[in-house]
Design a protein around this ligand. Structure first.
Ligand code: 13P
Length: 254
């Protein structure tokens, strides 16, 4: 954490729950994080649950996001959801390139790049996820992998666009496994990624960019992660499904 950057703590609810569950969770999150002045908070329910959550969050500082979007503007793309649709139901953020999309839907870096451009074009804040698989880490290819992901996903952006992107480092081996990256492992990659962004878009953009960590973030490890100078928040999966544990993560500084 660096006082120059406002942290963001976002809950990725993945494919959990239903509308009533999501509304109740959002209400409880808004209530329990109401005093949080030190960071931005966002929740990302599955598409059909977004309107129910939007109603609950109206007037609350908790931001609303989606977990994916189409790279296309509009048209015959059955099952897809456009940036404009998301924006029209109150989303301000959207996750792009999550490893579960990359793995289960074979999303590649080029598609991720098109989605980032589409999100920015609609005024949404994209949360661009990158991260290595276990085999890549063990082969010493972590930095090379995340650099490629960032370079391709951010290709063609100008400084203004790049400065609106939030990066999320999510090592695939740490997602849903209970195996968190150590603060040192996270900081190594975050610092490296900031350097990559500096090389692409310059010092100002890199210094302002929020780089979140994701992968088994819990109330008992958030403090140590946030103590790293280049960790600017968290993308929380499992622990965001419970209002108590998510709010303890948000209120890490207390
Ligand atoms: P977990 O916190 O369940 O490991 O999930 C992390 C994640 O994928 C957030 O996007």
């Amino acid at each position: 954490m660096n006082p120059k950057r406002r942290p963001l703590i976002a809950g990725n609810w993945k494919m959990h729950g239903d509308a009533a569950w999501a509304a109740a969770l959002a209400r409880e999150v808004a209530h329990r994080t109401a005093r949080a002045r030190h960071c931005d908070v966002a929740v990302m329910p599955a598409f059909p649950l977004i309107p129910a959550v939007a109603r609950v969050l109206e007037g609350s500082p908790v931001a609303l996001g989606a977990q994916d979007l189409s790279p296309e503007e509009e048209g015959a793309f059955t099952g897809d959801v456009s940036a404009r649709m998301l924006q029209s139901v109150g989303c301000t953020h959207v996750v792009v390139g999550h490893s579960e999309r990359r793995e289960h839907h074979l999303e590649g870096d080029d598609l991720v790049r098109r989605k980032i451009a589409r999100a920015l074009g609609a005024g949404l804040i994209p949360i661009l996820c990158v991260g290595e698989r276990l085999a890549e880490r063990e082969a010493g290819r972590t930095l090379e992998r995340v650099e490629t992901q960032v370079r391709i996903a951010m290709q063609g952006l100008d400084e203004a666009g790049a400065s609106r992107v939030v990066l999320a480092y999510e090592p695939v081996w740490a997602i849903g496994t209970g195996r968190t990256a150590t603060p040192a492992q996270a900081e190594e990659v975050h610092e490296f990624l900031r350097g990559v962004v500096r090389g692409l878009f310059g010092y100002e953009v890199a210094e302002g960019m929020r780089i979140l960590y994701g992968g088994s973030v819990k109330p008992d490890n958030i403090r140590d992660l946030m103590a790293c100078p280049d960790v600017d928040g968290a993308l929380v999966g499992g622990a965001s499904l419970d209002a108590e544990s998510f709010s303890r993560i948000v209120n890490f500084a207390e």
